[in-house]
Design a protein around this ligand. Structure first.
Ligand SMILES: C[S@@+](CC[C@H](N)C(=O)[O-])C[C@H]1O[C@@H](n2cnc3c(N)ncnc32)[C@H](O)[C@@H]1O
Length: 395
C-alpha cells in the first residue's frame, strides 16, 4: 500500500490503522474519548445541528482494552524516530500511562504535559478542573525533538539572565568572573527551555476557530506539539481527529497529515476546516503571562506595545526591553509616587553599574519633582509619560 498523505478517512481507526504501512508516521497525536461515561454533544456553530460522540463504557477494563488495541497499532505505524502524544484527563490518565509504558517501554516515556487554562464554572464539592494531561512517549531514544524556548518567569533575577554561571570550589553555582574580577556577561540568552506545564487558553464560545464540535482543542496547542516533535514535510497522524484541529495545525505548519474518525460529521467538518483554515490568536501567548502579572500595572500601560520583561526584586530597575538597541540592553524605571526624579535616576544608575554597556530610560509621571535640575549620565534618558503631557496641555 502506498503511503497516504493529506487525507481524512471515515472509519474505526482500528481498521484503518491496521491497513497503514509500518513505520510511516512521524508523529501521532490522539485525543480519544476520555472515559467520561457520557455522551458528548454540542450545538454546531450555525445553531441548526448537534455534533456528538459516545463516551460510555461497561467498565474500565473495556475502555483499557479498546485503547490498548489502538495504541498498539499506533506504535506499529510510527517511525523509529517518531513520537506519540496521548491527550487524556483525570478520568483515565493513570491507567493510560501504564498501557503506554507496556507498549512503548518505560524508558521511552518523555513527559506528562499539563495543559492548563482558566475556566469559570460552579464546582460545588470539588476543585475546579483547570487542566488536562498529555502523555508524551517516543518509539526509541532517537527521536525528533526541536527545543523550544519561552520567556523568563517574572520572578527570575535579572542577573541570572545577563550573567554567566560557573561552579566555585565547593561546587556551588556562582556568577562567572573575568580575571579582573568583573562579571562575565552572558551571550544572547533567548529564554528558558519550554517546561511541561503549558498555559494555553481554552477556546471560548466566541472564538473564531470554534466550530461547535464537542471537546474541540485549540490550534495553538496542536501547533506547539507539532513544532516540538516534527519537521516540515513529516507526516502527522490523528486517529481520533474530530473536527480536524490537528490536521489544520499540521497543514498551517507545512506538515503532511492523515486524520481518521468514525463520525461522518467529524470527517465533513475536518474537510471543511482544511479548505478554509481559521485560527484564533491569543494575547496571553503573544505578550506572555508575565506581562499580565507585572507588579506595576503602569508598565503594561506604557510599554505593552514595545515588548518587555518585568524585573522583580531590584531596587533600581523595573523592566528590560525585549529588543536591544545598537546591541545594548535597555532598562526602564518608572518614577515612583512622590519620588524626586534625581533620587530615582540615582537608584537606576547604581543598578545599571553591574549590567555592562547598557542604556536606561526613566519615565517621569510627575513633572514637579525636580525634573529641570536633574543630572543624568549620557546613557540614561528621561521621557514623559502621556499623563504628564496631558496635564501640560489641559491643566
Ligand atoms: C475528543 S474527540 C476529538 C476532538 C478533536 N481533537 C478536535 O479538536 O476536534 C474524539 C473523536 O474520536 C472519534 N472516535 C471515537 N471512537 C473512534 C474510533 N474507534 N475510530 C475513529 N474515531 C473515533 C469521535 O467520533 C470523536 O470525534
Amino acid at each position: 500500500m502506498t503511503q497516504k498523505k493529506d487525507y481524512v478517512i471515515l472509519g474505526d481507526c482500528l481498521e484503518i490503522l491496521s491497513d497503514l504501512p509500518e513505520s510511516s508516521a512521524d508523529l501521532v497525536y490522539m485525543d480519544p474519548p476520555f472515559f467520561t461515561q457520557k455522551k458528548q454533544s454540542l450545538v454546531a456553530k450555525n445553531g441548526d445541528s448537534t455534533f456528538s460522540f459516545e463516551d460510555k463504557w461497561f467498565g474500565q477494563s473495556e475502555y483499557i482494552s479498546y485503547m490498548k488495541q489502538r495504541l498498539d497499532l499506533c506504535s506499529r505505524v510510527l517511525k523509529e524516530t517518531g513520537s506519540l502524544f496521548l491527550h487524556c484527563d483525570k478520568n483515565a490518565s493513570h491507567v493510560l500511562r501504564l498501557v503506554c509504558e507496556e507498549i512503548f517501554g518505560r524508558r521511552n516515556f518523555r513527559s506528562e504535559i499539563v495543559w492548563t487554562y482558566k475556566r469559570w464554572s460552579n464546582s460545588a464539592k470539588s476543585l475546579l478542573p483547570n487542566h488536562q494531561t498529555i502523555l508524551y512517549f517516543t518509539r526509541s531514544n532517537k527521536f525528533t525533538f526541536n527545543r523550544q524556548l519561552v520567556d523568563y518567569a517574572p520572578t527570575t533575577n535579572i542577573d541570572q539572565i545577563l550573567q554567566n554561571r560557573a561552579k566555585d570550589s565547593r561546587n556551588k553555582a556562582v556568577y562567572a568572573r573575568n580575571g579582573d574580577g568583573s562579571l562575565v556577561a552572558a551571550g544572547d540568552k533567548q529564554g528558558v527551555p519550554l517546561g511541561d506545564v503549558w498555559e494555553i487558553p481554552f477556546l471560548n464560545p466566541k472564538a473564531k476557530e470554534r466550530v461547535g464540535y464537542p471537546t474541540q482543542k485549540p490550534i495553538l496547542l496542536l501547533e506547539r506539539i507539532i513544532k516540538l516533535a516534527s519537521n516540515k514535510g513529516d507526516l502527522v497522524l490523528d486517529p481520533f481527529c474530530g473536527s480536524g484541529t490537528t490536521l489544520v495545525a499540521a497543514k498551517l505548519l507545512g506538515r503532511g497529515y492523515l486524520g481518521i474518525d468514525q463520525s461522518p460529521d467529524a470527517v465533513a467538518l475536518s474537510e471543511d476546516r482544511l479548505r478554509n483554515s481559521v485560527k484564533t490568536s491569543s494575547n496571553l501567548l503573544k505578550k506572555g503571562s508575565a506581562s499580565y502579572n507585572s507588579s506595576d500595572h503602569r508598565l503594561n500601560a506604557v510599554l505593552s506595545t514595545v515588548g518587555f520583561t518585568p524585573i522583580q526584586r531590584n531596587k533600581g530597575l523595573d523592566a528590560l526591553l525585549k529588543n536591544k538597541v545598537d546591541g545594548k540592553y535597555v532598562f526602564v524605571r518608572l518614577q515612583k509616587e512622590q519620588e524626586a526624579v534625581q533620587d530615582g535616576v540615582n537608584l537606576m544608575v547604581k543598578a545599571m553599574e553591574s549590567k555592562g554597556d547598557c542604556e536606561g530610560v526613566y519615565i517621569v509621571f510627575e513633572q514637579g519633582n525636580g525634573i529641570f535640575d536633574t543630572k543624568t549620565p549620557e546613557n540614561v534618558r528621561l521621557i514623559f509619560s502621556p499623563a504628564v503631557k496631558i496635564n501640560e496641555m489641559f491643566c
